[in-house]
Design a protein around this ligand. Structure first.
Ligand code: SAH
Ligand code: SF4
Length: 369
């Protein structure tokens, strides 16, 4: 069994069964999530017999690193992990906000070391995009993961371990993962329990201690889960992949639209906002001639009127299985302006990692560089 799959109460129970004193569980917990140990031999504060028992009963490595790719500007790294049963998942680190004078080759040293930039500077973000499933069952036509189909859910430990992997790497250069987005492969709300267990583990003040507000979950819009998430009131940011204002148009690119109408999704968002008083982000992949016209923007603004929200628009990233093209820069700007004039805040997201197939929707578990 994977040690990272246990929460603290289960670990405590297990150690009690083994006849260990109560404080051992916390020592192990801190070893894993504060000191970022990934092998039994690093737990030098534990008796040798207990270390041996841990090594015997648990796995410490949920995956092996198959390969990694850095973008040519050196600020984005995508790593391909092979899970113990052979499935492939990916996680992408994006470095933002570094001073302009930083040499662009900083990420391209001999792997897997990063150049020491003297610690995270003010405002510098290290955002990690992680996977929650191998493949995805939702089948959005424009998404490489959707084109791949569903392989399996990730366990909570496999989700958390992606963060720990990059955290260890950054720690060597006095940096840390500052933000986590659940926007890699998979639909987080389709794997609800494991994803929430992973979030709670990352968030644990006695463990990894990543603030909930630094975590963003993106969903295709599974209505019952949005409501459940609202009831549970975690302070995690919620993003909804909308991509269309009209049910038929949405259905043409997102099979999930057959199950949930846009009205139901927006009602669930209203419920979420009521319960949490938090702003919802709507994601919008701008596809030329499909959903990037000023008319669509005007309709969208009407539908979102009065909602505490914000639109994140990103020109479509190319994928092998979909012929749609990215909206032009002018169209994207016009889309943003139309929304903003109608009172809906909108950001055009920078395209990151496109040439290494690390952009949104390009993660397919195959390195086709
Ligand atoms: N399954 C979740 C999270 C993973 S996808 C979801 O769909 O929300 C993360 C984001 O990338 C989603 O908003 C998704 O719609 C978007 N996306 C998928 N394929 C894309 C592409 N080819 N170009 C731009 N964005 C894409
Ligand atoms: Fe799955 Fe999200 Fe891709 Fe749709 S966009 S197929 S929900 S990963």
């Amino acid at each position: 069994m994977l040690l990272y799959d246990l929460d603290l109460p289960s670990l405590s129970n297990l150690l009690a069964e083994w006849g260990e004193p109560a404080y051992r569980a916390r020592q192990i917990w801190q070893g894993l999530y504060v000191h970022l140990y990934d092998s039994p031999s690093q737990f030098t504060n534990l008796p040798a017999a207990l270390r041996a028992k841990l090594a015997e009963e648990f796995t410490f490595t949920p995956f092996t690193v198959k390969t990694f790719l850095d973008s040519s500007d050196g600020f984005t790294r995508k790593t391909l992990f092979q899970l113990s049963d052979g499935h492939l998942i990916e996680a992408v680190l994006m470095r933002y906000g570094d001073p302009a004078d930083e040499p662009p080759s900083s990420l391209r040293d001999t792997p897997p070391k990063f150049k020491d930039t003297g610690g995270s500077r003010r405002g510098a973000r290290r955002t990690l995009c992680i996977s929650t499933q191998a493949g995805c069952a939702m089948g959005c036509v424009f998404c490489a993961t959707g084109q791949l189909g569903f392989k399996r859910h990730l366990t909570s430990g496999e989700i958390v371990a992606q963060v720990l992997y990059y955290a260890r790497m950054l720690k060597e250069v006095n940096e840390s993962v500052t933000n986590v987005v659940l926007m890699g492969m998979g639909e987080p709300f389709h794997n609800y329990d494991n994803v929430m267990a992973a979030i709670d583990r990352l968030n644990d003040p006695d463990g990894y201690n990543l603030g909930a507000r630094r975590i963003t979950l993106s969903t295709v819009g599974l209505v019952p889960q949005i409501r459940r998430f609202a009831d549970e009131k975690r302070q995690v940011n919620l993003a909804i992949s909308l991509h269309a204002v009209d049910d038929d148009e949405r259905l043409a690119i997102m099979p999930v639209a057959r199950r949930y109408k846009i009205d139901e999704v927006l009602d669930a968002c209203r419920y979420y906002i009521e319960k949490t008083h938090r702003r919802v982000t709507f994601e919008w992949a701008l596809i030329s001639g499909v959903n990037d016209t000023p008319e669509v923007a005007a309709k969208l603004a009407k539908r979102l009127a009065g909602l505490l929200c914000h639109v994140n628009a990103i020109p479509l990233n190319p994928t092998a299985g979909y012929a749609g093209q990215a909206a032009s820069r002018q169209r994207a700007e016009l889309f943003k302006q139309t929304l903003e004039q109608a009172g809906i805040p909108c950001t055009i997201r920078m395209r990151r990692g496109i040439e290494i197939q690390a952009g949104c929707g390009q993660l397919a578990g195959a390195f086709v560089a």
